[in-house]
Design a protein around this ligand. Structure first.
Ligand SMILES: NC(=O)c1ccc[n+]([C@@H]2O[C@H](COP(=O)([O-])OP(=O)(O)OC[C@H]3O[C@@H](n4cnc5c(N)ncnc54)[C@H](O)[C@@H]3O)[C@@H](O)[C@H]2O)c1
Length: 362
């Protein structure tokens, strides 16, 4: 289904130098799509983009989404049919020191990408990636549904809540009836997988501590999050991109993509599983600082299941295992080509995708 659809499609992807964007570029390439990636240069060392030469699997444009003129020019010249917008300042803790950058990138940057696409007649489908943190967090023990109020205590979360409100307004103002493209927002939970080296994210932090032979210091052991492998939300974005393209505005709405309820785990338990699968390391609780982070965050994924026919495939445990295997191979196994290994992980996921049987691109 997805493979046949994306084969030969022209896809404009923002954020292709980042963690999710690198995986998405490879997956789209594997399905035969023609991808143009538009992002800032990678900002981690190492980065999946550099290590796997992602630039050689797409048309690579380093550019800023705040530069509306250049963004529009590049998009118009490429004539994409589908846009996946992933570029963002996505780190909660950085949003405390860089609130302006966070709002500019996430809110104005997203508005620019929506506006550039409006100037581009070829665009039919637009997947606008936000986050599960866009909801007003009431620390409740059930998952948020798509129609619940937007909010956010910290500047990252609220910037994404703003992106949701802005996108809804943009849709109602400019994309009604026969006007413009079909645009949906995608809200996913905590995403893990190999190739993420961002600061202040649990699995990359664990891997850094383990490789430095240091104890793994965690700040908020009892915080509960919906953990999912990176290929889970990406499969949801791909399905959404296809539905918007084929059936249009019927799907132009917000969708949650999260794991099943049994994959909602405490930070301490995830860190311990990383140690167990790595075969080394030790978890210790570090003194908390006073930056607020949500303790309890869960998503209700019924809408994606019923309306799109999407379902999560991997348990959190399996997602942690796959992530650790990726990093272990990267750091400890010189005989493994990480590009081939990543493609293998994508192919294995395709073979197991519960909602899309017979989906194999390799
Ligand atoms: N990783 C997660 O756990 C998670 C969870 C929920 C939502 N998300 C969302 O998914 C998306 C991708 O996240 P990620 O984890 O891959 O992040 P990442 O930090 O690895 O990648 C961010 C990407 O955005 C690009 N970017 C940042 N500012 C830009 C600018 N001004 N102009 C052009 N490009 C710019 C970067 O160059 C990079 O390619 C983000 O929108 C994020 O908010 C991530």
């Amino acid at each position: 289904m997805l493979k046949n659809f994306y084969n030969g499609k022209r896809v404009f992807l923002t954020g292709h130098t980042g963690f999710k964007g690198s995986w998405l570029t490879l997956w789209l390439k594997l399905m035969g799509a023609e991808v143009l990636g538009y992002s800032l240069e990678p900002n981690t060392e190492p980065s999946m983009f550099e290590e796997l030469s992602i630039y050689s699997h797409c048309r690579n444009e380093f550019g800023n989404i705040l530069d509306l003129k250049r963004l529009t020019e590049v998009m118009k010249n490429f004539k994409p049919e589908i846009v996946f917008h992933l570029a963002a300042q996505p780190i909660v803790r950085l949003s405390y020191s860089e609130p302006i950058l966070t709002y500019q990138t996430n809110v104005i940057g997203s508005l620019n990408v929506l506006e550039a696409a409006r100037k581009c007649d070829s665009v039919k489908s637009f997947v606008n990636v936000t986050t599960d943190k866009c909801y007003e967090n009431k620390e409740i023990s059930r998952g948020y549904k798509e129609d619940e109020p937007m909010g956010g205590y910290d500047m990252y979360s609220s910037s994404k809540g703003c992106v949701e409100i802005m996108s809804s307004s943009f849709r109602r103002s400019f994309l009604q009836d026969d006007n413009g493209y079909a645009m949906a927002t995608a809200r996913a939970g905590n995403v893990i997988g190999g190739g993420d080296w961002a600061a202040d994210r649990l699995i990359p932090d664990c891997v850094r501590y383990i490789n430095a032979n240091k104890q793994i210091e965690i700040r908020n052991p009892i915080a509960v999050r919906p953990w999912q492998h990176v290929l889970e939300p990406l499969s949801g974005y791909l399905l959404l991109g296809q539905k918007l393209f084929e059936e249009g505005k019927k799907y132009a709405d917000g969708f949650n993509f999260g794991p099943n309820e049994d994959s909602v785990l405490k930070v301490a338990d995830v860190a311990q599983k990383v140690v167990d699968y790595y075969g080394k390391g030790e978890v210790v609780v570090h003194k908390r600082d006073d930056l607020h982070e949500a303790n309890l965050l869960m998503l209700n994924i019924e809408k994606a299941e019923v309306v799109l026919g999407w379902k999560p495939t991997y348990s959190a445990d399996n997602a942690i295992k796959k992530s650790v295997e990726w990093y272990k191979n990267f750091y400890e196994n010189d005989d493994i080509d990480m590009y081939d290994y990543t493609i293998e992980q994508i192919s294995e996921y395709e073979e197991n995708m519960v909602w899309n049987k017979n989906f194999v691109t390799k």
